[in-house]
Write a protein that binds this ligand. Sequence first.
Ligand code: HEM
Length: 486
Amino acid sequence: LGAMLFLLVLYLFYSGSWFEVRRAEPPGPRPLPLLGNIHQMDLKKPHHTLCELSKKYGSVFTVHFGPKKVVVLAGYKTVKDALVNHAQDFGDRDITPMFYDVNEGHGIIFSNGDSWKEMRRFALTNLKDFGMGKKGAEEKILEEIPKLIEVFEKFGGKAFDPTQPVNYAASNIISSIIYGSRFEYNDPQFQGMVERDNETTHLFGSASIQIYNMFPRLGPWLKNWRSIMNNVEINKKELKELVQGLRETLNPQMCRGFVDSFLIRKQEDANTVDSLYHEDNLMHSVFNLFGAGSETTSTTIRWGLLLMAKYPHIQDLVQEEITRVIGGHQPLVEDRKNLPYTDAVIHEIQRLANIVPMSIPHATSRDITFQGYFIKKGTCVIPLLTSVLHDEGEWESPQTFNPAHFLDEQGRFIKKEAFMAFSAGRRVCLGESLARMELFLFFTSLLQRFHFSPPPGVTEDDLDLTPAVGFTLVPLPHQLCAVSRV
Ligand code: HEM
């Protein structure tokens, strides 16, 4: 028997099968040549298909998007294990052809290596100074809230679509952090910026752009690709003009925002060979902050208002808590700790809405063995955030809007690690604290002021929570009534 075992080991070793066994890749559906598994994917809701596949193939599996091999991570335990316990290994970004066309490897979101590290660090420090540093951001948000309330009030309780005003309000927060000042809602330049941003985010998630990422030669033939590239050209031209205006009035003693800070740093680095503070990194960091910072927040606020209209008993409880704890005063960040129910509702809105269902694709930074599977360096990895936010092992009723997911028996707010709306680890959302502050202040201020309900003739049951799928999951077009409570 010993000799036979010895011969078997010898055979496996020399035939290469030994390495095959040791280097087992994550399982997955058999791919077709060229097409991979796209015939099995619902390209309008790829996150759904991936959740279904994880039931069959487990929490680490392989799918082929056309010829491209992708490893999917599913469920809280596995996503945490990868992004947190193996943060470095899973911390690179997979830069798909579309994202490369848009950002050319510069900026923060779609970059890697030293440039990413430096731009992320610089953005974080500056956002602290001009935005996230509690006071700065809070003041900017408090300045914006009355403008949004004014627009809502103009409808006098009649049905309207809140999308545009909410978009403008959220975009203004990040704009004032970037440029040092907000825009008026009727400024055509600002309207164009916001509209193009929303359109681009939506198109990123379209089936044709996913096809483009698999077969990049198709680009010029695809209408959505041309629309995105057209938006990029307009954005670049406009941004150059805005930056020029700031450059001409730059005063290093009075830094107005992110762009000023970058320009000052660029001047300081004037004699540094290979400085990372160049025009491309400035432009693409600004695009990234605006792109990642406006649509995400406004979409979440819109989900919040829609859910309040759909579940009036929950809206009543939020309003009761706001009235009892802060009365008619302007809600401030420091009030959050005294509003556990409202805090739980905001978390539950984010959990259920699950607006970035497949996160932003990561890549492995080296050859690794993870949970027994071999994954090659540079492999695209999708942390399936839907499967975390709706993980049956972590949430009592994952598909139901249930604020009790974040409350203990005494009604105190409880943090949940499986709440990964902002992802986790090395690439965790850079705007998380700003976004949380915005969501809390906008949500409480709006609910303090208005009662939200479906338009006349529409019942709460009629309000549809099916998302329109783009790169983010947004509510389908709808109208609401905002009836003044004061
Ligand atoms: C990345 C969610 C608001 C800036 C991300 C990622 C998610 C996310 C899921 C991907 C993380 C990963 O790759 O693992 C959200 C949600 C928001 C929000 C749900 C609002 C409700 C913001 C805001 C900003 C921002 C306000 C701007 C200050 C970024 C940036 C990245 C990012 C720059 C890329 C980080 C990197 O690659 O290093 N966000 N985000 N986000 N977010 Fe956010």
